[in-house]
Design a protein around this ligand. Structure first.
Ligand SMILES: Nc1ncnc2c1ncn2[C@@H]1O[C@H](COP(=O)(O)OP(=O)(O)OP(=O)(O)O)[C@@H](O)[C@H]1O
Length: 364
């Protein structure tokens, strides 16, 4: 158990297997999350990234106990939330909020925006009557909407505005931590940056902790302090964001980096470097789960599951050969096999990254 009070949320050996319960249920077990441990520091933005189907959303839901874990525990401010009864859990929900990818699906279409935002205020008894009305108006202004629009319904708003409504509702309970489950991936690129900026502003203003689940590394590059990279239900790398982007240690992280869509006049249809799909979580490969797609895989990788080991600067990586890959130098990302397309993409990626750094722009 962690005693350091700068850790607000901690997942310990979290496992979530779907199905395969008893004789009458399906014998197939989906190993959505398989032994993930992580710590989220108070006031930081922590990102969970990986391809679709890697278990990011399931992990996010486990951290808020929106679903029950098969094994493992979650500590919030040092206390196990799995042990809480329904009443205490409901109280805690106020402090732990979630915003979803598709704001339309998560907003009741038959409720006005005022009622949607007022609901958590009423539920937790935070304000009544005129005071509640004023709180809703204030929350709308906080997320960049007009109080005059409070009597409209969700369908009368654009995607970006609906996400702002979802954020206002999440803020209504005066949370300490918000999990954003792909909060911008359903939005146009231009709107994505606005929502990212809004989340960053709110984080500062209210001293929030953010956990962002995203498949797109470009989106979280400028907003996260630390990143957990997930592959097939496991955390394969945990690192400060800058270290991860400057020097990704795990071959999966390296492959994800080069899959970032880089706008370029000379390379309009970049070849994906991550060949094939993520294997099924019902039958994950033995040994290292990434070995079937890893350009560096050796015999050991097929046989032995790599432990998450601590690297320089407290980073963590689960790869038998990460040191060898690092020692092979800068060319390691492109080899083997040395591919001119990959080298070109890495060059483009680095140019784009430097340009982004200079501009200080969020997202891509
Ligand atoms: N309720 C469920 N029942 C059965 N399988 C599930 C359930 N929820 C998720 N899964 C499976 O668990 C695996 C991980 O899903 P999850 O949604 O957590 O991944 P993800 O990385 O968030 O991907 P995406 O970005 O596509 O949502 C997937 O194979 C998914 O089909």
């Amino acid at each position: 158990m962690t005693t350091t009070n700068n850790i607000i949320l901690e997942g310990i050996g979290l496992v979530k297997h779907f199905g395969g319960g008893g004789l009458l249920s399906s014998p197939t077990v989906v190993r959505a999350v398989d032994g993930v441990s992580l710590q989220v520091k108070r006031g930081e933005t922590f990102a969970i990234v990986g391809e679709s189907g890697c278990g990011k959303s399931t992990l996010g839901r486990l951290l808020l106990r929106l679903i029950e874990a098969t094994a493992g525990d979650v500590l919030y401010e040092g206390r196990s939330i799995r042990a809480l009864n329904q009443r205490d859990m409901r109280r805690l929900r106020r402090e732990l909020q979630i915003i979803f990818q598709d704001p339309f699906a998560s907003l009741n279409p038959r409720m006005t925006v005022r009622d949607i935002i007022a609901e958590p205020i009423a539920l937790h008894g935070l304000a009544h009557g005129e005071e509640r009305r004023k709180r809703v108006d204030e929350l709308l202004r906080t997320v960049g909407l007009l109080p005059a629009h409070a009597d409209r319904y969700p369908h009368e708003f654009s995607g970006g505005q609906r996400q702002r409504i979802g954020i206002a509702r999440a803020l209504a309970g005066e949370p300490k931590l918000i999990i954003g489950d792909e909060p911008v991936s359903a939005l146009d690129v231009s709107i994505q940056a606005q929502i990212i900026n809004l989340l960053e502003d709110l984080k500062e203003k209210f001293g929030l902790t953010l956990v962002i689940v995203a498949h797109d590394l470009a989106v979280i590059r400028h907003m996260s302090d630390r990143i957990a990279v997930m592959y097939l239900g496991e955390a394969v790398e945990l690192s400060e964001t800058d270290d991860l982007f400057d020097n990704p240690l795990h071959p999966y992280t390296q492959a994800l980096m080069t899959a970032i869509p880089v706008p370029s006049p000379v390379n309009r249809s970049p070849k994906p470097l991550l060949q094939g799909d993520v294997p099924s979580p019902t039958a994950p490969p033995p040994g290292c789960r990434f070995h079937t797609r890893c350009p560096h895989a050796k015999a050991l990788c097929k046989e032995q599951h790599p432990k998450l080991e601590t690297a320089e600067g407290g980073r963590k990586v689960a790869c038998h050969f990460w040191r060898d890959i690092q020692n092979a130098g800068a060319g390691a990302l492109a080899a083997p096999p040395a591919s001119p397309a990959l080298t070109k993409r890495l060059e483009l990626y680095r140019t784009w990254r430097d340009r982004q750094d200079k501009a200080g722009a969020p997202g891509r």
